[in-house]
Design a protein around this ligand. Structure first.
Ligand SMILES: Cc1cc2nc3c(=O)[nH]c(=O)nc-3n(C[C@H](O)[C@H](O)[C@H](O)COP(=O)(O)O)c2cc1C
Length: 216
């Protein structure tokens, strides 16, 4: 089975999307050909898009950006849609999105967009997996099969089974088992540390674009 994975994270070096691809690759027992969207858009070769379609499965893994796809991925999907018109190979599309907010349901809309992309391109749609509080997953080691990450591991394992079976289904949502208030505490601490490091902690509550009358 040939699987092409597209990593939609603009963060090339160390992304959660990359780690998710690593996890599902192990579960699939098949080496995927993972490509970074941001590198693909710097290639002007149209053949690239055709090459990506030359597979049994197209696995799109990305972070949620403003309730949508990151820009480089939008460009890749646009090119793929064009290339799919003339391509003999029609890989089944599966999508995995992770988001920073606590609720995994935040990813429902972008998974609809991914399904529309498949439909508009004439490619069979598998299903999507939306993962909540992604920031939490980043803090775990490589073994996600135990502990709080095991919920996500199970969902990935089920998707690996669906990929092997070529099956479709409704979208699935999962997140590490971790209390919301602790996640929010950790996230706020992280944002404050980042603000301090960048010298903007004192102005963290500034609202430069707030309308004067609204501020009264
Ligand atoms: C520009 C930008 C926009 C984002 N928009 C959202 C968003 O709309 N909702 C959300 O839950 N997280 C949002 N996030 C958080 C990312 O989805 C989150 O950090 C994710 O885990 C990053 O995954 P990656 O390491 O694979 O890039 C955003 C992050 C950035 C940098």
């Amino acid at each position: 089975m040939k699987i092409t994975a597209i990593n939609g994270s603009p963060n090339i070096k160390d992304s959660l999307s990359g780690r998710i691809i690593g996890q599902i690759e192990k579960l699939l027992g098949v080496k995927t050909e993972a490509r970074h969207a941001i590198k693909l858009i710097n290639s002007t070769a149209k053949e690239d898009a055709f090459a990506l379609l030359d597979a049994d499965v197209l696995l799109i893994v990305f972070p949620l950006y403003v309730d949508s796809f990151p820009m480089p991925l939008i460009e890749v999907l646009t090119r793929l849609k064009e290339a799919a018109k003339g391509a003999a190979s029609k890989p089944r599309v599966y999508a995995i999105v992770n988001c920073g907010l606590y609720e995994q349901e935040q990813t429902a809309l972008v998974l609809n967009m991914a399904r529309h992309f498949a439909e508009e391109s004439g490619l069979p749609w598998g299903y999507g997996l939306g993962i909540g509080h992604g920031g939490m997953l980043s803090s775990f080691g490589d073994d996600w099969s135990k502990g709080p990450a095991s919920v996500v591991y199970k969902a990935l394992s089920e998707m690996a089974g669906a990929i092997h079976g070529g099956s479709s289904g409704p979208d699935v949502f999962a997140a590490p088992a971790f209390p919301r208030f602790l996640y929010n505490l950790a996230a706020n601490w992280g944002f404050r540390s980042m603000a301090k490091k960048n010298g903007v902690l004192k102005t963290i509550r500034a609202r430069p674009y707030a309308r004067k009358e609204a501020a009264k």
